[in-house]
Design a protein around this ligand. Structure first.
Ligand code: F6R
Length: 365
């Protein structure tokens, strides 16, 4: 079942080009049409005035990424909430805001209960982004987009996350098109970028030997800090969560602009700082945040892309993905943080596929 791989997590990391290509299959032919979300989606998606995303864990981080896409591309409000918080607070609801749940398993209790609560509060429509057909959450939703990652067995989510991002990007583009904010030429360009995505992910996978070399340096650490800005901040969060889950190293993620508001006090020569820094509109800001780390003796491990123009220097280690992926860059830059955690776990000898204290599907509170 594992083929040439040592663990399900490793296998599932390497299955991502195919998982993404499968998830994109209908879309590459159809373009961003509402029918991708179900037969009656055209009516709903053209009427929604905002989006409320509810999810847990890694799926919540997919939601955080989607907020950047949805607000920028479709020009409508998008809130993202942790399902276990939302379900117990006296939340404000706009009935015309589309509830979007994100769940690999489709059975996560907190997400299911948050969906029911949103309905009680009056939300008219619910869309489920899910990897397991006919599971509880899609059955309770009006619209469904199934990611086609295939069975995910490793407890740490990998291919489910990147395919959720593909689904959410598709949602953002579809909402944008329905609102007249995505012209034909831009749509064709985005479809073309999506067509190249599995290839770019494969290029990122090819960085494994370089990442393995970094992993040995992380294995002896007790703490790590992950930084990103904008679209790459949720990827920093995901990187820190992966590291915690499977290596048991304490890791935290911050939007890099927050450093000087507190976490900079943690930085010294013992603190590895991972930076997700592909070229985007905030790169110069990220570079000055990196200076703040270097000035305190912190060691930087930078995931950049072809266009970010970083050089290795003392205390600054750089791994570059060989293409620039534009607005899809968070999907590509998830791959190196997954591989980093995987190889650090191997170096520390932890149980990669079944980390202590965790279950694959959380159907209890
Ligand atoms: C992290 C991880 C969890 C899940 C979370 C939600 O690697 O797997 O954080 O993402 O438990 O699970 P689903 O997506 O099944 O609702």
């Amino acid at each position: 079942e594992l083929g040439p791989y040592s663990h399900f997590m490793q296998k599932e990391i390497h299955e991502q080009p195919k998982a993404i290509a499968d998830t994109l299959e209908n879309l590459l032919d159809s373009g961003f049409v509402p029918e991708l979300f179900g037969a009656q989606a055209a009516d709903v998606l053209s009427r929604v005035r905002g989006v409320k995303i509810l999810a847990c864990g890694t799926s919540y981080y997919a939601g955080l990424t989607a907020k950047y896409w949805i607000e920028a591309m479709a020009g409508i409000q998008c809130d993202v909430e942790i399902a276990s918080e939302y379900r117990y607070r006296a939340a404000w609801a706009d009935p015309e805001h589309l509830v979007v749940t994100i769940s690999q398993s489709g059975e996560t209790l907190d997400t299911m209960e948050a969906l029911k609560y949103a309905r009680e509060l009056g939300h008219k429509w619910a869309l489920s982004i899910c990897n397991v057909r006919e599971s509880a959450i899609p059955r309770a939703s009006d619209l469904v987009f199934y990611t086609r990652a295939g069975a995910e067995i490793g407890v740490a989510s990998t291919k489910a996350f990147t395919t959720q991002l593909v689904a959410l990007f598709t949602l953002a583009a579809t909402l944008a098109k329905l609102r007249g904010k995505l012209g034909d030429a831009d749509e064709a360009r985005l479809i073309d970028e999506l067509r190249h995505l599995p290839g770019s992910v494969q290029h990122a996978l090819n960085l494994e030997p370089q990442i393995k070399a970094w992993a040995d340096r992380f294995a002896a650490k007790n703490d790590a800090l992950f930084l990103g800005r904008g679209l790459h901040y949720p990827i920093a969060l995901e990187g820190a969560l992966k590291l915690k889950e499977i290596t048991y190293i304490h890791a935290e993620a911050y939007p890099a602009g927050e450093l000087k508001h507190g976490p900079l006090a943690l930085v010294d020569e013992n603190m590895p700082v991972v930076v997700i820094a592909p070229n985007d509109s905030l790169l110069e800001k990220v570079k000055s945040n990196m200076q703040e780390v270097s000035a305190r003796g912190g060691e930087l491990f930078v995931f950049a892309d072809l266009d970010s123009h970083f050089e290795d220097s003392p205390g600054v280690h750089v791994i570059r993905t060989p293409r620039h992926s534009g607005v899809l860059s968070p999907i590509v830059h998830t791959i190196p943080v997954q591989m980093l955690s995987y190889h650090v776990a191997l170096a520390r000898g932890t149980d990669v596929d079944k980390p202590r204290n965790l279950a694959k599907s959380v159907t209890v509170e």
